[in-house]
Design a binder for this molecule. Sequence first.
Ligand code: FAD
Length: 336
Amino acid sequence: MIQTDILVIGAGPVGLFTVFEAGLMKLHCHLIDALPQAGGQLIEIYPKKPIYDIPGYPSVLAGELVDNLMEQAAPFKPGFTLGDRAETIEKQEDGHFIVTTQSGLSHKAPVVIIAGGLGSFEPRKPKIDNLSLFENKGVYYMVKQPKDFVGKKIVISGGGDSALDWAIYFAEQDKTQVTLVHRSDSFRAHKDSVEKAFDLQEKGLMQIMTHAEVTHLSGEGKLHQISVEEKNKPTQQLAADCWLPLFGLSPKLGPMANWGLEVEKNALVVDNTLDYQTNIPGIFAVGDVNTYPGKLKLILCGFHEATLAVQTAYKMINPDKRFTLKYTTVQGIQGF
Ligand SMILES: Cc1cc2nc3c(=O)[nH]c(=O)nc-3n(C[C@H](O)[C@H](O)[C@H](O)COP(=O)(O)OP(=O)(O)OC[C@H]3O[C@@H](n4cnc5c(N)ncnc54)[C@H](O)[C@@H]3O)c2cc1C
């Protein structure tokens, strides 16, 4: 059984920053994440994209921000249970919670802070009979390492920002062939990106097929060819090394939806007037996973929520002590 002061469910940016803020108050954290690495959406979806709205960083790559958050948390020696999903939570007679993961590992703490983001990542998958044969063998729902795709024949499906951003990115790489397939001729992506994509098509750097859908995949052991049906045209066979169906992620709260927490629009309802606590005292929810009037799903908002949540957590864990907030410039960082 792992025991700690604060159990943080979700090691995304907000979970990681919770460790730092809790550490300043001399509270230990242990993080659980279903993914095999820390960083949440920033590592899983867009590690190489620059973020422009982190205070003090005019621009920072998502992956770099996660490295920095890990470094900032390091003095407070957080524990990690990675690649294991939190499945159940039980309140004990002593008021502590026991969270058990999919693999059966138990974690005990007086306070639980849920920083579960969008919940479990589940990409919206296209309906293609033999799709599973090619998953990770040519079919990818996310771009983790762009360099793995450079120099390849890539087919990208979708009409949103992710599809257009990656189509543009790869079209601008040497010796990389890009075909963008979209089922309509109107795009949800940013207008500038759509214009840029058509501009690249005119320059012969990208092919765009509208009113078109991928209908079949073929290849021996890995993807080799894709069938595309375009309106009023015969089915076309495209040679392809990879297909990126980028139809977005369907947010699923997963097991947390069954923990007796108040849920609204697939998010956990919290009290934003005080400390981001849920309807169960001792369980807080911070970052993308929570909802309240005016909620913004932004990293900096999650950082603020985590900072306030640990203030109440401290009082719950140390009912007889008073904590006086000191600036880090004054007290420095006293790790464990
Ligand atoms: C393409 C893209 C671009 C973006 N750009 C920006 C931007 O420029 N600026 C900005 O502020 N925001 C941006 N965002 C939003 C930002 O990524 C989120 O606000 C941020 O990731 C939220 O952090 P989080 O820690 O709350 O959750 P997440 O990053 O979603 O991390 C949550 C973690 O919890 C884990 N988890 C969930 N359920 C369980 C469970 N039951 N057991 C164990 N682990 C669990 C997940 O595996 C995940 O790792 C962008 C998002 C996307 C998709």
